[in-house]
Design a protein. Structure first.
Length: 543
C-alpha cells in the first residue's frame, strides 16, 4: 500500500482550548482542516509505530466523515491498530477507559461536548495520551506550533471502513477493530459499584429519569440502568444519539434540561433525575424537589464514596478546579486527605491521579470523576449517587441537608455572558487585572477584600506552571468571586463569573441562591464593569 504525501498550507487558528480544538462544524469541513490538525498531532508525538490508537466520538454531524479521514491518516503514519467504537461512537469517559484497558498509545475523541451539533453547530477534535487523559499543555502547545508550519499530511488510498459491523477490518496495512462502545465501560462500572444493591432498590420501586439528550450516553445508560440494573424501560429518555441531538443543546444544566428540572420539582417527580451532555462526561443530578449543584455533588460524593465497593478503602485526596466551590475542601479536611486546586479543564487532574495523590476530582461545570479513568464521567457520577442512595436509604434532599448540617453550605452560582465581543471581553479582563494591586484591603458593600490575584498553578507532580488561569477576589468571610474567559466557546468570548458564599452548619440553608449572593453579584459588576463594558444587563445563562 503506497503512502500518499499531500501538500497543504497551515491554518492559523488551530489552537487547542480548555478541551481540544473546537470550532464551527463548517470550519472543520474546509478542505484539509481536519487533515492538518490530525497530522500535526502525529507530528508532535514519538514512538507510535505499530501501536494502537483509539478513535471515537459523540455521534454528532461530520463525525463519520472525520473518522474515516483519521483512520487513513493513522494508517499512513504507521499505527498498527485502530480501535473504534461501533458507528464511530465512544463517550469521552468510555474512550478514556478503552485507551487504558487496551494499553493504547493514545486516542482521538471527536466532540464539541455540550455545544450544539449539525452543519450550523460545533465540532471538535481532542487528543488523549496513554493514561487515557487529555493531552497536557506541553503536547497541545507542540501541536499548535506544528499547525502553524505544516506543509504536508500523509494518507493512504483506501476505501471507508464499515464501522457498523463489529469485528476486524483493515485500512491498508493497519488493523481496524470495531468494538461495542459500551461493553468495556459497563464491566468497569460493575466493578466499582454495588450493582446488586442498586438492582434491589429499583426492584423495590425506586423511580428515576435519565435524560440522554439524544447524545452519546443513550446506549450506555440503557444498557447499564435498564438492562443491567433493572430500571423500568423508559427510565432513559432521548436515548438515541442523533447527529444534531434532536435540534437541542446537549448541555445538562437548568436551562437546557429544563423539562427534567420541571419534572423533578413537580408532584409527579420520580425519586431521582439525571442527565449527561453530548460526549457523556458531564452530569446533572436532581432529587425530588432538590437540585444538587455540581460543587455540592463533588463534596457529597467524596464524603460518601466509601459506600461504593470501588472506594471502600477510602479516598487518597480530592482535586477541584479553582472556580469550583470550596465545599469539597471541608470534606477533605474532615477526612484528613489532600486537597488540590487546579486550573479549569480536566487535563490538569491527570498528574495528580497518576501520582495517586487524589481519587476524586470535580469541576463546577457539572464534571465529576475519579481515578477509574482520566476524564470526567457523567454516568459514573450518576451510578455513585445511586449506590449512595441505595446504601443510605435516604432521599437526595435528606442527604444534601445532612451534608450542609455537617459541613455548612456553600451558596454557589455561575453567571455566563455569552457571545461578547472578543475585544470587549479582553479589555474587561485586562482592566480587571490591572486593578488587582489596589484591591487588597478595600471594603465593598461591607465586605473586606483579602485576596486579589490572577491564579497561577504550579503542578506539584511535574513542576510545570500555568499562569493567567482566572482572576480571584476573596473576602474576609470566605466569600469569593472568580472571573475568567471560556476556552471552549466558538463565537466571540464568553465571560464566566463564579460567585460563592459560605454559610456555617447552623446557619441559614434555605435561602434562594441568587438572593443569598446578591451582594456579591453587585460587587462583581462594580469591579469588572460588566454592564457598562458589555452592554448586557443580565447574564445569558445562570447555573
Ligand atoms: C468549560 C468548563 C470546564 C470544562 C470544559 C470542558 O470550559 O468551564 O470546567 O472542563 O468546559 O468540558 P470553559 O473554558 O468554556 O470554561 V466538556 O464537557 O466541554 O468536555
Ligand atoms: Co462534555
Amino acid at each position: 500500500m503506497s503512502i500518499l504525501t499531500v501538500d497543504t498550507k497551515p491554518f492559523t487558528d488551530q489552537k487547542p482550548g480548555t478541551s481540544g480544538l473546537r470550532k464551527r462544524t463548517a470550519a472543520f469541513m474546509v478542505e484539509n482542516y481536519v487533515e492538518n490538525f490530525v497530522q500535526s498531532i502525529f507530528d508532535s508525538l514519538d514512538g507510535f509505530k505499530g501501536k494502537t490508537l483509539v478513535i471515537g466520538g459523540d455521534g454528532r454531524y461530520f463525525n463519520d466523515v472525520a473518522i474515516q479521514k483519521i483512520i487513513r491518516i493513522a494508517a499512513a503514519n504507521g499505527f498498527g491498530t485502530v480501535l473504534v467504537g461501533q458507528n464511530g461512537l465512544l463517550s469521552t469517559p468510555g474512550a478514556s477507559h478503552v485507551i487504558r484497558h487496551h494499553n493504547a498509545f493514545g486516542g482521538i475523541i471527536l466532540s464539541a461536548s455540550h455545544n450544539p451539533g449539525g452543519p450550523d453547530g460545533d465540532f471538535g477534535i481532542k487528543y488523549n495520551v496513554s493514561n487515557g487523559g487529555p493531552a497536557p499543555e506541553k503536547i497541545t502547545d507542540a501541536v499548535f506550533a506544528r499547525t502553524k508550519e505544516i506543509d504536508r499530511y500523509l494518507t493512504i488510498d483506501a476505501p471507508d471502513v464499515d464501522l457498523a459491523s463489529i469485528g476486524t477490518h483493515h485500512s491498508g496495512p493497519m488493523v481496524v477493530e470495531v468494538i461495542d462502545p459500551v461493553t468495556d465501560y459497563a464491566a468497569l462500572m460493575a466493578e466499582l459499584f454495588d450493582f446488586e444493591r442498586i438492582r434491589a432498590m429499583f426492584a423495590n420501586g425506586f423511580t428515576m429519569r435519565f435524560d440522554a439528550m439524544h447524545a452519546v450516553t443513550g446506549p450506555y445508560a440503557k444498557r447499564i440502568l435498564e438492562e443491567q440494573l433493572g430500571a423500568p424501560e423508559g427510565t432513559v429518555i432521548n436515548g438515541t444519539p442523533l447527529p444534531d441531538f434532536g435540534g437541542g443543546h446537549p448541555d445538562p444544566n437548568l436551562v437546557h434540561a429544563k423539562d427534567l428540572y420541571d419534572l423533578m420539582m413537580s408532584a409527579d417527580a420520580p425519586d431521582f433525575g439525571a442527565a449527561s451532555d453530548g460526549d457523556g462526561d458531564r452530569n446533572l443530578i436532581i432529587g425530588k424537589g432538590r437540585f444538587v449543584t455540581p460543587s455540592d455533588s463533588l463534596a457529597i460524593l467524596a464524603a460518601n464514596a466509601s459506600y461504593a465497593p470501588g472506594y471502600s478503602e477510602g479516598i487518597a485526596g480530592i482535586a477541584r478546579s479553582m472556580p469550583t466551590s470550596a465545599a469539597a475542601d471541608r470534606v477533605a479536611e474532615k477526612l484528613g486527605v489532600g486537597m488540590y486546586e487546579t486550573p479549569t479543564g480536566w487535563k490538569f487532574f491527570g498528574n495528580l491521579l497518576d501520582a495517586g495523590k487524589v481519587t476524586i476530582c470535580g469541576e463546577e461545570s457539572a464534571g465529576t470523576g475519579s481515578n477509574h479513568v482520566r476524564e470526567k464521567d457523567g454516568l459514573w457520577a450518576v451510578l455513585l449517587w445511586l449506590n449512595v442512595l441505595a446504601a443510605r436509604e435516604q432521599s437526595v434532599d435528606a442527604i444534601v441537608r445532612d451534608h450542609w448540617a455537617t459541613y455548612g453550605r456553600n451558596y454557589y452560582t455561575r453567571h455566563d455572558y455569552e457571545e461578547v465581543d472578543l475585544e470587549v471581553a479582553n479589555e474587561l479582563m485586562d482592566a480587571l487585572r490591572e486593578s488587582l494591586a489596589g484591591l487588597q484591603g478595600q471594603m465593598q458593600h461591607g465586605h473586606e477584600i483579602v485576596l486579589a490575584d490572577d491564579f497561577t498553578y504550579n503542578d506539584p507532580v511535574d513542576g510545570s506552571t500555568s499562569a493567567k488561569q482566572g482572576v480571584r477576589i476573596g473576602f474576609a468571610d470566605g466569600s469569593r468571586i472568580v472571573f475568567r474567559l471560556s476556552g471552549t466557546g466558538t463565537v466571540g468570548a464568553t465571560l464566566r463569573v463564579y460567585l460563592e458564599r459560605y454559610e456555617p452548619p447552623h446557619g441559614q440553608h434555605d435561602l434562594d441562591t441568587q438572593a443569598a449572593l446578591a451582594d456579591l453579584i453587585t460587587i462583581a459588576d462594580a469591579l469588572a464593569e460588566i454592564r457598562s463594558r458589555t452592554g448586557r444587563d443580565t447574564p445569558s445563562v445562570i447555573t
